[in-house]
Design a protein. Structure first.
Lengths: 501, 328
């Protein structure tokens, strides 16, 4: 496998610089790839897929009788983040989470930021994820967003932007851990040479954080992970994390609330639960408090929570901060609470609720991506460059009718990473989701989920639309001192000097 | 542990053991038919009879031929007790308790499932299945070995063993029953060389032939029954299985041996005593088939009792909750 025919194109490439040199952080990797005997690279890709299949890291393909299961596609060329760049990202993510947590707390208490007019009041009060039930609530330690996955993208200008905040139940971290395990067995030599920072302690950090939330009177907190059940598409991740943390994986039907205590049904009777890492949305958490038709939740759970008898991560109501319109205000939110400029910027965003931005958006629909605030998964979205005139006209009417519900962003040229396409490497667009834990302190996992759009030219990295994943290598400081020989056999020793002389 | 989790571990284990034993049934019959004297009819309906799914089979397949019975017991997704269905059910149960079993157990069960699945998709004639039943047995053994080598021997492990041993005792008794059904069909062969061959095949299907030789030497119906039902040391003998099941049941609830706290402990204790004090002559006098039938009925009752005692859905009585959370 070599880079002879590789084209960087007009995009930022995370590994290759034009003409066909490696970025310093990727030098070991590129040498290693080029030095492998023909067919070896493809063999390792196949070995990775086999390993993932055997680990059962699969999702169900619905509608096929045989119950066919597929793996979340995985590409063995990693995305590399150099140490210096990561330092900035880490600082920026900590800053962002710190400010967002202060924001959520403020929203459910004094609403100073609304009174100051920094964020318009009606945007918060009309957000679907704003939970009146939580007004005045003091969560343990004053922390609301314990686990966050922030989506980052790099544009062709080389700058990394925050595309989206996921503060409810961000998923994908299990792929980070499993991808790494597979890569370590496939490329041990490159790992050693590149000084890749480990991610394997995430489950320990997660458990420490959850225990930190336990009500004060418990000497040995009993932590559980609440899943919607084995038919949920993220079930693999729920069971994997529970297993790696050494905590019980429970479903709603395993729990019962009695006298404002959460108990679980065991073979020896009922046992008390102190901390719940819930992977169920607010809506379904407690039919007595939120959606009455929820079969997944636990009746009375919110009462137990608000009596301080059980901790929930993330706190209910946290979702108010990952509303797509609220996102647009995050730079101002950071500035308001911390008095600092935002370190990792937002993608430039036009807030249609603001007159000037609405006009710009309506005038430039063919250039912009317009998103509805309360939709996800590509619904209620207009991708300007791929739209027809009729679609744009229809969307313009929607915008004028309900401007609060929309934001607009320029179409980004996401950066690319070399990716195996049958027998050669081609550039494919990627994003990056790092994971942040907020307990006693804020911890950013040095790594993250790199999602890759496997279809040529596609910018959509979602697994439901042909996306896959890659391992993400965050490098430790000063790894590039001296390029070591990675594969002795494959690096030719120069011996020709004498003959020519 | 969670009732739901105990339930899943229990059924995961039973289904794996069941898949292994169905493979043993089919294998023993295949071998018997190969050795059958010329001119004798192939006998496949006894195999369906002992699995207890006769009605379902008759409705969907009609006559019992080699290919229909093999299909029914091996890859028929509509037969809940086919090898395919058992392995699938075991895996579905394991999927919901992946954080309880070890990763290695999951890996092995998943490989098992993928192996059976790909064999099902080949769908060739009998020659295509050569080695398949052996592979199923091996996969099950490997799972049990991995379980014992990687899983903490606490409550979940005991539920796993309890289930495996109850299932195995039941199936060993049914393997013995195959011979009974064959006898019905060919009474004229009792005492002939073919009779001996049949008994050997029965022993082989329980992996018991060599061990039997060491214990009893000559092949005799009495000896085989004694060995497969009453032996205390052979790990597929009913007696051995039920003693192990009882030990696990008592380990789960902490009740001293010789006493009982709930219905399954009582039933299983009685069953163990019955077997411990039974002589093979009494079994034969009573009628082997009747004896096996009663044993299977009692085992069903034990199974039912386990479900009611440990897995059934209960609601708390206020004021009786534990004061402190338990240590994990």
């Amino acid at each position: 496998m070599n880079f002879a025919s590789y084209e960087v194109g007009e995009f930022y490439d995370e590994m290759v610089t034009d003409p066909k040199g490696a970025r310093p952080c990727a030098r070991h990797l590129m040498e290693s790839i080029q030095s492998l005997p023909p067919g070896e690279f493809a063999r390792r890709q196949a070995a990775a897929e086999r390993a993932l299949m055997q680990m059962g890291i699969t999702f169900n393909v619905y509608g096929e009788q045989a119950g066919v299961e597929k793996i979340f596609p995985f590409d063995i060329v990693p995305r590399i983040v150099p140490a210096a760049e990561w330092r900035v990202l880490e600082k920026g993510l900590k800053q962002r989470i710190h400010a967002l947590n202060l924001f959520i707390h403020d929203i459910y208490h004094d609403q100073k930021i609304l009174k100051a007019g920094v964020v318009p009041r009606e945007i918060i009060l009309t957000a679907k994820s704003y939970r009146r039930q939580l007004i005045g609530w003091e969560p343990p330690g004053g922390i609301w967003c314990h686990i966050t996955g922030t989506d980052l993208v790099r544009h062709s200008d080389g700058q990394i932007y925050v595309l989206e905040d996921n503060l409810r139940c961000p998923s994908g971290v299990s792929y980070v851990l499993q991808n790494r395990q597979v890569m370590k067995s496939l490329f041990p030599e490159v790992f050693a040479a590149s000084k890749v920072r480990p991610v394997q302690n995430y489950p320990l950090k997660l458990r420490d954080m959850l225990e930190f939330l336990a009500p004060d009177h418990t000497p040995t907190p009993h932590v559980v992970l609440l899943t919607p059940g084995s038919y949920n598409s993220a079930y693999f991740e729920h069971s994997f994390l529970a297993q790696q943390m050494g905590v019980e994986l429970v479903e709603g039907r395993d729990l019962v609330v009695d006298d404002r205590q959460v108990l679980m049904r065991t073979t020896k009777g009922f046992e008390r639960v102190d901390v719940i890492y819930r992977r169920i949305d607010d809506d379904f958490l407690d039919p007595k408090c939120f959606r009455a038709d929820s079969m997944l939740g636990v009746p009375g759970l919110m009462e137990a929570y608000q009596a301080g008898n059980v901790a929930l991560a993330n706190a209910p109501g946290t979702g108010v901060a990952d509303d797509k319109v609220v996102y647009a205000y995050v730079p101002r939110i950071v500035n308001y609470y911390l008095g600092e400029d935002i370190i990792v910027p937002n993608v430039p965003t036009y807030i249609c609720a603001e007159e000037k931005d609405l006009r710009y958006t309506l005038d430039n629909l063919e250039k912009l991506v317009v998103k509805a605030a309360n939709e996800s998964g590509g619904y209620g979205m207009l991708v300007g460059p791929h739209s027809t005139k009729a679609q744009r006209a229809e969307f313009a009417e929607k915008l004028k009718a309900d401007p609060r519900n929309y934001i607009a962003q320029p179409t980004l040229a996401l950066s690319r990473v070399p990716t195996i396409c049958t027998d050669r490497l081609e550039g494919r667009h990627v994003d990056l989701r790092p994971y942040i834990l907020y307990g006693k302190e804020i911890f950013v996992l040095p790594g993250g989920l790199t999602r890759v759009a496997l279809k040529k030219g596609s910018l959509v990295v979602n697994s439901s639309q042909g996306g896959g994943s890659k391992d993400t290598w965050v490098l430790a400081d000063s790894p590039m001192a001296e390029p070591k020989t990675v594969n002795r056999q494959a690096v030719p020793v120069l011996e020709g000097g004498f003959a020519d002389a | 542990m969670l009732s739901r989790v105990a339930d899943s571990v229990y059924w995961m284990s039973r289904y794996i053991e069941r898949a292994e034993n169905v493979a043993r049934f089919v294998d023993v019959n295949l071998q018997l038919m190969l050795d059958a004297p010329e001119g004798q009819d192939q006998q496949w309906d006894p195999l369906v009879a002992i699995t207890g799914d006769h009605a379902d089979f008759a409705k969907r397949y009609g006559a019992a031929t080699e290919s229909s019975v093999i299909k029914f017991l091996t890859f028929d997704g509509d037969n809940p007790n086919s090898i395919s269905s058992c392995v699938r059910a075991a895996r579905e149960n394991a999927r919901s308790v992946r954080e309880i079993i070890s990763s290695e157990m999951w890996l092995q069960l998943n490989r098992f499932y993928l192996m059976v699945n790909s064999a099902a998709q080949r769908r060739g004639g009998l020659e295509q299945h050569e080695g398949f039943y052996d592979e199923v047995r091996q996969a099950s053994h490997l799972f049990n070995g991995v379980t014992d080598a990687t899983m903490t021997q606490s409550e979940a492990w005991h539920f796993n063993r309890l289930a495996r041993m109850i299932e195995r005792a039941d199936k060993t008794s049914r393997i013995l029953d195959v011979k009974y059904f064959l006898l019905l069909r060919s009474a004229q062969e009792v005492g002939t060389p073919f009779d001996d061959i049949q008994w050997v095949a029965v022993l082989r299907s329980a992996s018991a032939f060599e061990m039997y030789r060491k214990r009893h030497g000559r092949i005799s119906p009495r000896g085989v029954v004694e060995f497969l039902m009453l032996d205390r040391e052979f790990p597929r003998a009913a007696q051995f299985c039920l003693v192990a099941a009882r030990d696990s049941l008592h380990a789960i609830s902490g009740t001293p041996l010789g006493t009982f706290r709930h219905a399954p402990e009582k039933l299983l204790g009685q069953l163990c005593s019955d077997l411990a004090f039974a002589g093979v002559d009494e079994v034969m006098e009573h009628g082997l088939h009747e004896y096996l039938d009663e044993l299977q009925t009692k085992l069903n009752q034990v199974g039912q009792g386990i479900v009611e005692t440990f897995f059934a859905f209960k609601t708390p009585q206020s004021g009786r909750r534990p004061a402190l959370s338990p240590t994990q």
